[in-house]
Ligand binder design. Structure first.
Ligand code: GLU
Length: 449
């Protein structure tokens, strides 16, 4: 391991997800750093891996029984070289500084790739919204915002949703911020229709993912039409990825949640997808209910003792991991290859482990890293910010057209950067290099700060 990486790891002990994300980027940008003495002199990589600011706070709230609850709250303001900090909030029991730093670090490059002026940030809490009443979620969001509001602003740091934070939570947090600050600004994105939200924002990550895959296939004179697709997750990203896949004639056959996965050999049709959406968005139920309702499907509960996820062994053409980090290990990668998968595009952040990526690339699988392929969500957040600043709102078609163009732009800049550095067609290297160079140049220009 290089001494630079070692010193970063030593400075951030025990933060395995953060180490993983940093190492993955470093391996592909090392060449660029070596070729550009100005990056070395200004210690760009060392600075990029140290948050500009990390806020950690206590969130105290009262549950329905009247008991006091205490949670951890965070905001990682990672890099503001090209714009205000921008990135989601995650509410999940696994949330800790390592996970948020990996996400905030990834966000720097992802946001740069969109071509919009957004820096990198991420935040959240170890609060678990699962099983909580609406009132509990609202009180938690208000308590969380009572501290976060002191550190964000529409020109400073603009959070949005991530796992466990959707339209409902954004609404409660926005209401709390407006009340406390006594101002109506676009301080959060992912807002609802009629109060500052952008059309297509709910669809954007999933749609953008599929647009990206379309571009990858078009490079090889191929299309999604008729392709069997494995999709993991059943939240916002998975739902709209499946919706777009169906529109383009592909056949999604799987979906999952933390309890397990369903396999529907006949395909998840748009009527069946409507069922998933209602189940997950309104009833907040479990994916196993899909198999109770549709006899063509089978539910497989998670086997925590297994060293692989059998879902990734199902025969298919394409895979879209849309659940969470590290959901595909090396064994899963081997199974995907054996099952005929030729394209894997990440809807989640860092769902594929580093050795699994190496395996996929070795086998010639067309692989797209999340920081490129799932950037449609934050890109449309950027479009929401523009609409908030100007006060003029665009139609669905206008936003969708811009989203398509942005995804094509990201796709092309990944390919161009990969070519420039002799790794032709490697989207992983291309995404890291293109994102890195943009932010590095801005940092050099702005001096030692
Ligand atoms: N959480 C999303 C992401 O990982 C969206 C962030 C945003 O819209 O700010 O990119």
């Amino acid at each position: 391991m290089s001494s630079l990486l070692k010193s970063i790891f030593d400075r951030n002990p025990g933060e395995s997800e953060f180490h993983q994300a940093v190492e993955e980027v470093y391996e592909t940008v090392e060449k660029v750093i070596k070729k550009n003495p100005q990056y070395q002199k200004a210690k760009i990589f060392e600075r990029m891996t140290e948050p500009e600011r990390l806020i950690s706070f206590r969130v105290t709230w009262v549950d329905d029984k009247g008991d006091v609850q205490v949670n951890k709250g965070y905001r990682v303001q990672m890099n503001s070289a090209i714009g205000p900090y921008k990135g989601g909030l995650r509410f999940h029991p696994s949330v800790n500084p390592s996970i948020l730093k990996f996400l905030a670090f990834e966000q720097i490059f992802k946001n740069a790739l969109t071509g919009l002026p957004m820096g990198g940030g991420k935040g959240g809490s170890d609060f678990n919204p699962k099983g909580k009443s609406d009132g509990e979620v609202m009180r938690f969001c208000q308590a969380f915002m009572s501290e976060l509001s002191k550190h964000i602003g529409h020109r400073l740091d603009v959070p949005a949703g991530d796992i466990g934070v959707g339209g409902r939570e954004i609404g409660y947090m926005f209401g709390a911020y407006k009340k406390m600050q006594n101002e109506f600004t676009g301080v959060l994105t992912g807002k609802g229709q009629g109060w500052g939200g952008s059309l297509i924002r709910p669809e954007a990550t999933g749609y953008g993912l599929v647009y990206f895959a379309q571009n990858m296939l078009a490079e090889q004179n191929d299309s999604l039409n008729g392709k069997t697709c494995l999709v993991s997750g059943s939240g916002n990203v998975a739902q709209f990825a499946m919706k777009k896949l169906l529109i383009l004639g592909a056949k999604p056959v799987t979906a999952s949640d933390s309890s397990g996965y369903i396999y529907d050999e006949d395909g998840i049709s748009s009527e069946k997808l409507d069922f998933i959406m209602e189940l997950k968005n309104e009833k907040r139920g479990r994916i196993s209910e899909y198999a109770d309702k549709f006899k063509s499907a089978k539910f497989f509960a998670n086997d925590t003792k297994s060293d692989h996820n059998p879902m990734w062994a199902i025969k298919a053409d394409c895979a879209f991991p849309c659940a969470t980090q590290n959901e595909i290990n090396i064994k899963d990668a081997k199974n995907l290859i054996a099952g005929g998968v030729k394209l894997l595009a990440e809807g989640a952040n860092m769902p594929t482990m580093s050795d699994a990526i190496v395996e996929l690339l070795k086998a010639g699988v067309n692989y797209a890293p999340g920081k490129a392929s799932n950037a449609g969500g934050v890109a449309t957040s950027g479009l929401e910010m523009v609409q908030n600043y100007s006060g003029i709102y665009w139609t669905r078609e206008e936003v969708d057209t811009r989203l398509r163009e942005i995804m094509k732009g990201i796709h092309d800049s990944c390919l161009q950067a990969s070519k420039e550095y002799g790794m032709d067609g490697n989207y992983q290297a291309g995404a890291n290099i293109a994102g890195f160079v943009k932010v590095a140049n801005a940092m050099v220009a702005q001096g030692i700060i």
